[in-house]
Design a protein around this ligand. Structure first.
Ligand code: PMP
Length: 350
């Protein structure tokens, strides 16, 4: 019986990629030493960096007027690096779509005034915002996919200011039109690779040195490895991105993610025991919160699932209930298995 983890992150990685990493762990390329021991300034590691960036550029169609940076500190460090680097008038707009967007705006408040914009929900349950509310600010920040609440933007109107997107839980999982954004950032640990790596895709004209401490200044990182990066995570990410390309790219991933989430949602829609917590078009493709409506029964289901090899189905502590994260590396069978186990629980408990 296969074991699956529905964790919101770190999430599953493709098994064949992990096996490849295991095989190459002791002798990486021609140096005869491990990737862990390889200097980030070596020629062989430079190949990894170049290939990682080239793959991401191909997969996301990133034009040359955007720089790609590989930093540490998680998406969380970007909550402060963004306002620090992009401030001019020291006023920013944030669409408040959940826990992570709130954390982003709390950090931004250290650097200026934050205008809070509430999302618009249309009749079909799509999520958007009112662009006329975005005025006299340095940028507008959106969380494209809300990992905890299981929602996503379905429409982003044009604004007069750069849009900054937290894409931590949907990067490479669905199409993102890079040129709509000033900055896209994401922690790697859901769809890119192991934890310890954060990617920042930034329009070059937005990088203007603000005399910040060196690591915190985007300008330090453009087209160079400024300091020792997370080498093992970068190597693993390069292999994961090769896997994504081999699978057919972001388009194929999005198709698979739609199929997986539809399989789970269509079960939840007709279940007598479980119900989804989000309705309408804003449903995330990657994070599905649901519940039995009873805390004790949610916990019993989690235990029932663990006994059948399905791990990490607990909801985030802020919303409770249950949650299944179905990132790129979760195979179709993982979504089907979850439905089978929910059905078995329902038969025992209905
Ligand atoms: N933003 C979103 C949308 C997230 O899901 C997360 C992590 N789950 C974060 C930010 C924080 O990321 P990190 O742990 O890499 O700082």
């Amino acid at each position: 019986m296969s074991t699956y983890t529905y964790s919101a992150g770190p999430g599953m990685l493709p098994k064949e990629v992990m096996q490849e990493i295991q095989q190459h762990l002791l002798t990486f390329e021609y140096d005869g030493i491990s990737i862990i021991e390889t200097s980030h300034r070596s020629e062989s590691f430079q190949h990894v960096v170049d290939s990682l960036e080239a793959r991401l550029r191909r997969l996301m169609h990133i034009p040359e007027n955007y720089a790609v940076l590989w930093l540490q500190g998680g998406a969380t460090l970007q909550f402060s690096m963004i306002p620090m680097n992009l401030r001019n008038q020291n006023r920013f707009a944030y669409v408040d779509t959940g826990v992570w967007s709130k954390k982003a705006m709390e950090d931004a408040k250290h650097f200026g005034q934050v205008d809070v914009i509430h999302p618009l929900i249309d009749e079909a349950g799509g999520m958007s915002f009112e662009p006329s509310l975005v005025q006299d600010v340095d940028y507008l920040h959106v969380t494209l996919n809300n990992t905890i609440e299981g929602t996503r933007f379905t429409n982003l109107p044009e604004t007069t200011v750069p849009i900054i997107a937290d894409a931590s839980s949907n990067i490479l999982a669905e199409h993102i039109d890079v040129e709509r954004f000033g900055v896209i950032y994401a922690g790697a640990q859901k769809n890119i690779g192991p934890a310890g790596l954060t990617v920042i895709i930034i329009r070059r004209d937005l990088i203007q040195s603000k005399e910040l401490p060196s690591y915190l200044d985007y300008a330090s990182h453009v087209d160079t490895l400024f300091n020792t990066p997370s080498t093992l995570s970068m190597y693993a990410a390069e292999r994961v991105l090769k896997w994504v390309e081999d699978q057919g790219g972001v388009e194929a991933m999005e198709r698979l993610n739609r199929e997986k989430s539809e399989a789970v949602y269509s079960f939840l829609e007709q279940s007598n025991v479980f119900s989804p917590l989000v309705s309408g078009e804003r449903r995330s493709l990657t994070n599905i919160p649901f519940t039995t409506g009873d805390h004790g029964r949610d916990l019993s289901f989690q235990q029932f699932a663990i006994e059948r090899g399905l791990l990490e189905l607990g909801g985030h502590r802020s919303v409770g209930g249950l949650r299944a994260s179905l990132y790129n590396a979760m195979p179709r069978e993982g979504a089907e298995r979850l439905v089978d186990v929910m059905r078995a629980f329902e038969e025992e408990n209905d």
